[in-house]
Design a protein. Structure first.
Ligand SMILES: Cc1cc2nc3c(=O)[nH]c(=O)nc-3n(C[C@H](O)[C@H](O)[C@H](O)COP(=O)(O)OP(=O)(O)OC[C@H]3O[C@@H](n4cnc5c(N)ncnc54)[C@H](O)[C@@H]3O)c2cc1C
Length: 611
């Protein structure tokens, strides 16, 4: 499949490099103003997410302590506010600042990526001339009815109509096509390529409208490609064993909250077959940001790990349907449109789904709010004593050039653990607390298919894949809105989503596993992913209906080495996010909570702390 490799790799990587090499003017005219009108990162494929080059400057600062960036151009730009990080939190910070202080205030948002939105990333795949929109990270507005009024007002003000999803999300799609939760066992790990129409865990149930499993526990255990002993063990787990615990009833809750799920599997249910234990380890996927071997019985139960399905995922008032075709990138686009009205045409978020976004508008001198991409902040420093200084200097690298701008205040909406490396003079206790903040790695790979006949034939809505890098493969969410139409028949092009929650050494502490998995992730090339996807889809789907070389049109591997925030120990997150002079701290890390609503609430707090 060399054409895909070359085409996608070149489109994805070299275009990004090319844009950052555009000549910069030293007069303060920003890099973005020089952007080619064709600059449109959502259409890039290949390695996306934190794409190659996006973290290089940050890593050389954090890992090698680099502080000499060559001559710095002091731009004649002064802002009321500089926001570091253009994810949902950073964009919301700019919005709240305008709400509080007026839309004439001058704001600069800096982000190291080639696109805005942070984890809320839009992926587009053009397949046989048809463009399919998907998401490379943040999926859905989760439980919006539980949101604070502050978030609901923001969503309303930027034109997000939550009620619209009730019809835009086609809950009947999976039933019409007989698509449900299945499990793909691969030959490499399980000895044979086999699809069983049973998910063995609750994970697929978060997809609204997906059909439930059709097999009984006995049939599901019998069909799993395991030894007879393994099948017996799997059946014991599926049938559940909490009632066999010799614990007084009134102590059960405490017991399951304090005892390990894996001890329960191994000691109480006497499971020792590697295949069953592997299924169990991967059955929580990203619900716990790590393998289930680190979970208590109660945690495994609440996320519906092997032996605990089904469990209720979301309540009736909050179905998992609040999903733009590009996931929460739809929210990011609506925020950007609110801040920089000329970027696109459209009166509400729905109208923006297909609107043309002109990236050259993002960083115009005439804008009150400017959004500057490909710009990594490497130093943030008060002009004087932080206790009474009225100005902050922000240094960033764009291309390989160092620039400085001045601001009356700064909101750090970037990864919190990076803040001690760039904010000068932070109190040591605060810096130490920030260094303890963790994020788990995650990977969302979107694959453009010319058709989905093979998925239909096997009844695959979601395929759990405990033997593969991507532990779940799913049909994209069936959402049509703003003139965008979701794939309608199995002969039409579509995007499938492949989700990987990479783990490290079995049973190692989560932080160690995150680090190991992150290094492994970053050491892989696009070709490695392509081979893995070829093996995965080629092994899972029937040969007569699926030919990778013909049916796969494009691949975007969205690698988030710094994905879900998992916070830090004890009170460290609260200590870490304290205001420091004219610098305050946002991002979902500062809650911590890997959730869009939380990211916005943290922005609101950080803006208020600036006064
Ligand atoms: C794969 C994935 C799926 C998710 N799915 C959901 C979901 O369905 N629903 C949900 O509510 N949440 C989801 N989340 C959680 C998500 O993290 C939050 O919802 C939210 O998008 C976080 O926004 P943020 O602005 O706080 O952080 P981010 O989105 O991480 O934005 C921070 C930005 O700051 C940039 N930055 C960092 N350092 C610097 C620097 N030195 N200079 C300049 N810029 C810098 C980063 O690169 C990034 O672009 C998901 C997360 C991931 C990774």
């Amino acid at each position: 499949m060399s054409e895909i490799t070359r085409r996608d790799f070149i489109n994805g990587t070299l275009m990004a490099a090319g844009s950052s090499m555009l000549p910069l003017e030293a007069t303060g005219q920003a890099a973005m103003a020089a952007l080619d009108p064709s600059y449109y990162p959502p259409a890039r494929t290949g390695l996306r997410g934190s794409h190659p080059g996006s973290n290089d400057h940050a890593h050389s600062r954090a890992w090698a302590g680099r502080s000499d960036w060559g001559p710095t151009t002091k731009l004649s730009e002064a802002y009321d506010l500089v926001v570091v990080g253009g994810g949902l939190s950073g964009l919301a910070a700019a919005y709240f600042y305008q709400q509080k202080h007026g839309t004439d205030k001058r704001i600069l948002i800096l982000d190291n990526h080639d696109d805005f939105g942070g984890h809320a990333k839009r992926n587009e795949h053009t397949i046989n001339g048809v463009t399919r929109i998907s998401y490379g990270g943040s999926q859905t507005i989760v439980e919006p009815k539980h949101a604070d009024k502050i978030v609901l007002n923001l969503l309303q003000d930027i034109g997000v109509d939550l009620g619209r999803f009730e019809t835009a999300y086609d809950t009947g799609f999976f039933k019409r096509h007989d698509l449900g939760g299945v499990t793909y066992f691969n030959k490499e790990v399980f000895g044979v390529d086999k699809v069983v129409r049973h998910p063995y865990c609750n994970y697929p149930n978060y997809v609204e409208g997906l059909l439930g499993g059709k097999l009984s526990h006995e049939e599901a255990a019998q069909q799993a490609p395991l030894s007879d002993r393994g099948k017996g063990q799997l059946l014991r787990v599926l049938n559940g064993g909490l009632h066999t615990l010799t614990v007084p009833k009134e102590e059960l809750q405490n017991y399951i909250g304090t005892h390990s799920y894996f001890d329960y599997l191994q000691d109480t249910l006497r499971v020792d077959e590697p295949g069953v234990l592997r299924m169990a380890r991967h059955s929580g996927l990203d619900w716990g940001s790590g393998g289930t071997e680190l979970m208590s019985i109660a945690e495994a139960k609440s996320c519906g790990a092997l032996g605990f399905a089904p469990v209720a995922v979301y309540d009736e008032d909050n179905p998992y349907i609040h999903h733009f075709p590009d996931g929460n990138a739809g929210v990011a686009r609506a925020l950007v449109k609110k801040l920089i009205p000329d970027v696109a045409k459209g009166n509400n978020a729905e109208a923006l789904v297909l609107a043309n976004f002109d990236y050259a508008e993002l960083d115009k001198t005439s804008n009150a709010v400017r959004l500057r991409l490909n710009s990594t902040v490497v130093n943030v420093k008060h002009g004087g004593d932080p206790r009474n200084s009225s100005e902050v200097f922000v240094n960033y690298i764009n291309g390989d050039q160092s620039y400085q701008v001045k601001a009356g205040g700064v909101v750090m909406a970037c990864y919190n653990m990076f803040i001690p490396h760039i904010v000068s003079g932070l109190p040591e206790e605060q810096a130490a607390a920030l260094r303890l903040q963790e994020k788990s790695p995650l990977q969302y790979t979107t694959v453009g298919l010319t058709n989905w006949r093979a998925m239909k034939e096997l009844g695959i809505g979601v395929a759990m894949s405990p033997g593969n890098m991507h532990q779940a493969v799913l049909m994209d969410f069936p959402v049509s809105m703003g003139g965008y139409e979701y794939t309608s028949t199995p002969d039409d092009p579509c995007v499938i989503q492949m989700i990987s929650c990479p783990y490290g050494k079995f049973a190692a502490p989560s932080g160690e596993q995150f680090r190991e998995a992150r290094y492994t992730m970053l050491s892989l090339q696009f070709e490695d992913y392509e081979q893995e996807i070829r093996r995965h889809l080629g092994g899972m789907l029937p040969r007569e209906l699926f030919d990778f070389d013909i049916d796969v049109a494009s691949i975007s591997v969205n690698r988030w080495a710094h994905g879900y925030t998992t916070g830090g120990p004890g009170d460290s997150t609260r200590i870490g996010r304290q205001p420091f002079g004219r610098i305050t701290i946002a991002n979902s890390d500062s809650a911590p909570g890997a959730d869009a609503k939380t990211a916005m609430m943290m922005a609101h707090r950080a803006v208020n702390e600036l006064g």
